[in-house]
Design a protein around this ligand. Structure first.
Ligand code: CAA
Length: 264
């Protein structure tokens, strides 16, 4: 049985929804939640390879918060060694999300602070409710982001904006987050999850091998010099001509019918 007391997992039409659920602590990430996420993402990778899951939406339970950060009560007495392990585990979750061969969408309402902002950033893109608030307030606690915030945020919004957020600890609203490119879409709260699910379902209809390759090449290329990144694209593009999905996709277009992709 997937999921735990603090992590709800449901599958519908090959879209998996993972809900972090500690509403009394605004869904703060303690070691138990991180371990649970890691397990769920391992299972999701296997389900994606088997073709059973084709997209993932990550969200938080309750009205007030996506995730208000790593759990401060759990961190307060950590030693250097325990903090390192905790940060490594958080980074492991980020890497697992980025490494999934399916799209991951963060549906953010309310607070996405600290580890919450970092978790959302580890998804392929973010949809936000109008009430969403983003920030990296770790400096207020005498620490810095530990789940990827100094790196993924800078890559998403640019070094100067990431510096301003990480150094001031300021919180920005959804409109500002969209303006700086942290968030792709801003929606009324009631439309947030339906919109994320609609996008997930749309992608789930595409050729799964092509979706996985597009994600892999975009992520891998972002860290490479342009010439190397372009070479990666050429190889991935060419490699797809050895798949049944490419034959089906192009035959369906030419035959004026809907393709039936099998993910092969
Ligand atoms: N960790 C643990 N508990 C948290 C929490 C967190 N990150 N955020 C909120 N909570 C708990 C509160 O302690 C409170 O619990 P009690 O009811 O038992 O007192 C409950 O959630 C509700 O919170 P508030 O009463 O504070 O709610 P509010 O509406 O007044 O304020 C808030 C909301 C502005 C988000 C405020 O809770 C807050 O500032 N939270 C901390 C945000 C933060 O600093 N996040 C970064 C953590 S460090 C980090 O994430 C490091 C990393 O990169 C790995």
């Amino acid at each position: 049985m997937l999921g735990t007391d603090t992590l709800l997992v449901s599958d519908d039409a090959r879209v998996r929804v993972v809900t972090i659920s500690r509403p009394k602590a605004l869904n703060a990430l303690n070691p138990e939640v991180i371990a649970g996420l890691s397990q769920v993402l391992d299972d999701t990778a296997a389900a994606a390879r088997a073709g059973d899951v084709r997209a993932l939406v990550l969200t938080g339970a309750g009205e007030k918060s996506f995730v208000a950060g790593a759990d401060i009560a759990a961190m307060a007495d950590m030693s250097v060694g325990t903090a390192r392990e905790f940060a490594r585990a958080g980074h492991g979750v980020g890497e697992a999300l980025a490494g999934l061969p399916i799209p991951t969408i963060a549906a953010v309402h309310g607070f996405a602070l600290g580890g919450g902002c970092e978790l959302a950033l580890a998804c392929d893109f973010i949809y936000a409710a109008e009430n969403a608030k983003f920030g990296q307030p770790e400096v207020k606690l005498g620490v810095i982001p530990g789940f990827g915030g100094t790196q993924r945020l800078a890559r998403r919004v640019g070094l100067a904006r990431a510096l301003e957020l990480c150094l001031t600890g300021d919180t920005i609203d959804a409109a500002e987050a969209a303006r700086i490119g942290l968030v792709n879409r801003v929606l009324p709260a009631a439309e947030l999850l339906p919109a994320a699910l609609a996008t997930a379902r749309k992608i789930a209809e595409m050729g799964p091998v092509a979706v996985a390759e597009a994600k892999r090449v975009l992520h891998a290329g972002a860290g490479l010099p342009l010439a190397q990144a372009n070479a990666l694209e050429i190889e991935a593009f060419a490699g797809l001509f050895d798949t049944a999905d490419q034959k089906e996709g192009m035959a369906a277009f030419l035959g004026k019918r809907k393709p039936e992709f099998r993910g092969q």
